[in-house]
Design a protein around this ligand. Structure first.
Ligand code: NAD
Length: 494
């Protein structure tokens, strides 16, 4: 018998209104049914939003340090279940176990960090213009927050949205990705166990069109926080526009790792390897482009291809495996399509380029780590997000050329430079139009107390994580207190 899970609405675990369900299968072995989940629709969304709206009345006025105490307990609870959650994540999503542990750890770190905001959430106090007057600003909660998340960080990303929203005093309806509902469900169950009151957090599992779309246009939802592709982010933004609904978008990336001729080549190869092929290339921050100084091309390319060819692809549960499966059949087909496009465009396949479907890999969605050389910056494989284990090497003449190529894509999430020259490092940091920048370290790996997000078509100006995340989930209110008791003359200001 397969385990069957439900939605979480108004403090109850309930099946979808239609009774419809969907099986979730392990991408490393399609014969392995992870569990059965609800296939919800607009009715479930409406019930969840109604519960969240009602719960907002009391949650918003609970003192923030009290809300934070509950969240702190949730962090301890996730930490206690870390190994179990990581194993379930590898089974439902495919990433290798040590990366799944990292994903759960990110949720733990975020929850501890944001619980601390319950005693900070700083506003401003500032001198007032008049005598006997006091001026300050405070953060206010906004209301019901709808959250839509992708499958590649199945617990970390829900935590990045839920915890800052809750500590600010909002209530939430979370719609996780169809392929990874279990990790989101574990996270919500922990919040329930920690004592989050009825209706404050709701989970509705289902597809983008059936659950995401009605959530985005629901008139009682005050904020939408979305992480996913730039294409769907555009649809979400348009749906929010008519009602001026606040919308926070974290979208695609085509990140660049720049390797200069003075770089420590072994370090750069290591960064390119894990940045390009970690999580099977399915990270929004993946180093999918390497912009390589011509003088370093020979040594870097030889070592990079050699190491990529030796990566072990397989079931992420096995400790010796470096690269797990990709998430599903559609993603595998997308990768195959882009590899064909790259070849047609005239790029040279240096390694990989094939699906792996024999022996123990026959029942999963596996693809070889793939490197293209002779890539021109304007080729589609160098411009479009593939979201798989495919890296393009583009040669450059100097730093200015590298930055020009780096910035030539529509996205602006993450960039890295490998160099021993501090002047080059600082110039690249200044000139790369990205939300995240690394020196002598790959394009991946964020810490929860710094803002996370991107420029251009990666984001819409908001950030997750750090105190910046509070800006998504709170409204500033400026407060003036006049304690003079005097009648005021007309001041001529608004
Ligand atoms: P996706 O855009 O296909 O789906 C994201 C979420 O949107 C899912 O929950 C999906 O069900 C939902 N959705 C789909 N159609 C919808 C609609 N019409 N209305 C409302 N919701 C809808 O993305 P994905 O394949 O799950 O994730 C991969 C993408 O996410 C990549 O582009 C990646 O770069 C991006 N990503 C970005 C970040 C970041 O922080 N910038 C982090 C992780 C992933």
């Amino acid at each position: 018998m397969n385990a069957t899970y439900h939605n979480f609405i108004n403090g109850q675990w309930v099946p979808s209104s239609s009774g419809r369900t969907r099986e979730n299968r392990n991408p490393a072995n399609r014969n392995d049914v992870v569990a059965v989940f609800p296939h919800s629709d607009e009715r479930d969304v409406n019930a969840a939003v109604a519960a969240a709206k009602e719960a907002f009345r009391s949650w918003r006025v609970m003192p923030a340090p009290k809300r934070a105490e509950i969240l702190f307990r949730a962090a301890e609870c996730i930490a206690a279940h870390k190994e179990e959650f990581a194993r379930d994540m590898t089974r439902e999503m495919g990433k290798v176990l040590k990366e799944a542990r990292g994903d759960v750890q990110e949720a733990i770190d975020m929850t501890y960090y944001m619980a601390g905001e319950g005693r900070r959430m700083f506003g401003q106090t500032t001198p007032a213009e008049l005598p006997d007057k006091f001026a300050m600003s405070v953060r206010s909660p906004i209301g019901v927050c709808g959250m839509i998340t992708p499958w590649n960080f199945p617990m970390a990303i829900p935590s990045w949205k839920l915890i800052p929203a809750l500590v600010c005093g909002n209530t939430a309806v979370l719609k996780p990705a169809e392929d990874t509902p279990l990790s989101a469900l574990h996270f919500v169950r922990v919040l329930e166990e920690a004592g989050v009151p009825q209706g404050v957090v709701n989970l509705v599992i289902g597809s983008g069109p059936d659950v995401g779309a009605p959530l985005v246009k629901h008139s009682d939802v005050a904020v939408i926080s979305f992480t996913g592709s730039t294409e769907v982010g555009g649809i979400v933004a348009e749906a929010c526009a008519p009602a001026f609904r606040r919308v926070h978008l974290e979208m695609g990336g085509k990140n660049v790792l720049i390797v200069m001729d003075d770089a420590n080549i072994d370090l750069a190869v290591d960064g390119a390897l894990w940045g390009g092929f970690g999580t099977s290339g399915q990270r929004c921050t993946a180093a999918s482009r390497v912009v390589l100084h011509k003088k370093a091309a020979g040594e870097f390319t030889r070592k990079f291809v050699e190491r990529a060819s030796k990566l072990k692809v397989g079931d992420g549960m096995e400790p010796s495996v470096d690269v797990g499966p990709v998430i599903n059949e559609a993603q595998l087909e997308r990768i195959q399509r882009y590899v064909r496009i790259g070849q047609e465009e005239g790029a040279r396949l240096l390694c990989g380029g094939k699906r792996l479907d024999s022996g123990p890999l026959k029942d999963g969605w596996f693809y070889e780590p793939t490197i293209f050389g002779d890539v021109a910056p304007n080729m589609r494989i160098a411009q479009e997000e593939i979201f798989g284990p495919v890296v393009s090497i583009i040669l450059c003449d100097d730093l200015d050329h590298a930055i020009e190529i780096g910035n030539s894509v529509q996205y602006g999430l993450s960039a890295a430079i490998y160099t021993q020259d501090v002047n080059r490092a600082f110039r690249a940091m200044r000139d790369m139009v990205t939300g995240i920048f690394y020196v002598n370290s790959s394009t991946i790996g964020a810490e929860v107390h710094l803002p996370f997000g991107g420029a251009k078509a990666t984001g819409n100006g908001h950030r997750e994580a750090g105190a910046a995340a509070l800006d998504v989930f709170s409204e500033w209110k400026s407060i003036y207190v006049d304690y003079s008791g005097r009648l005021q003359k007309a001041q001529g200001i608004e």
